[in-house]
Design a protein around this ligand. Structure first.
Ligand code: ZN
Length: 261
């Protein structure tokens, strides 16, 4: 199993077999996971390997958002404290998720409103609900080690998929600004390698530039397709199949907001 050591007490598994990144914060009395990945057999193996390396048990899983690449392996952690924002739990319930064969449906067993702290000895984990990529999007922050696990509010070497039905690019911008205000060196995205503030700033600048280009086109009375094209002309270092559904969704949101203003 390929664990990347992010800092003294933080490990992450990038990409397969989990698909979305899984991060482990090792506290004195337990390991806390940020997200749990997609493939149950592989993730069960991850759990075992991590407990051997760390000498502590995984007792808590915190979910950044409900998408299945981050949550489908939850039944491997049925005996843990599973924490999410209330809207994440609602999304998961509404998604009609079926458990993998032979397993019981496992859902978060604890929700928090905006902010939650876990204190274990002198170690502390802060969990914040911001919205952005989805309305339930949450990040997990270790002030001690200067690490944030951002879930899909941060993508590195991937185009940031913003097409989720309950996503909000304005809240996404706010969340990225909040990350930059923290004393953090290592940012773990939902997909891609561990990055720095520069990667956060790159994504923030891109979303802001698309926003500016689209809002200007909307103000000029351009058609839907022209507004999308204005956003499409904003350059970014990576593109991909997620780009067109993302721009379409953002155009819709900013158009609705322009009508209200
Ligand atoms: Zn994802």
């Amino acid at each position: 199993m390929v664990f990347t050591k992010v800092s003294e007490k933080v490990y992450t598994i990038i990409g397969p077999p989990a698909y979305a990144n899984i991060t482990a914060f090792l506290l004195p009395g337990q390991a806390v996971l940020a997200d749990c990945g997609l493939q149950l057999p592989a993730v069960t193996e991850v759990k075992r390997a991590l407990e051997v390396i760390s000498n502590v048990q995984i007792r808590t899983v915190i979910l950044t958002h409900f998408h299945s690449d981050h949550t489908r392996a939850l039944p491997a952690f049925a005996d843990c404290r599973i924490i999410s924002s209330p809207s994440m739990l609602t999304n998961l319930r509404l998604s009609g998720r079926k458990p993998p064969e032979g397993y019981q449906l496992t859902l978060p067993n604890e929700v928090f409103a905006d902010r939650l702290e876990i204190q274990d000895g002198d170690a502390r984990i802060i969990v914040k609900h911001t919205g952005g990529h989805t309305d339930g999007s949450t990040y997990i922050y270790s002030p001690e080690h200067g690490v944030v696990a951002a879930g899909d509010n941060l993508w590195i070497n991937y185009y940031p998929w913003g097409g989720a039905k309950n996503g909000d690019p304005d809240l996404w911008i706010q969340a990225l600004e909040e990350y930059l205000s923290l004393n953090v060196e290592h940012f773990i995205p939902g997909h891609g390698p561990v990055g720095t503030k520069e990667n956060v700033l790159e994504l923030l600048t891109y979303i802001k530039n698309v926003r500016e280009a689209m809002i200007e086109a909307i103000a000029l009375g351009k058609s839907e397709e022209e507004v999308i094209r204005a956003g499409d002309e904003v350059e970014y270092y990576t593109s991909g199949i997620a780009k067109s559904s993302t721009l379409r969704k953002w155009q819709k949101i900013w158009c609705e907001r322009a009508e209200i203003m």
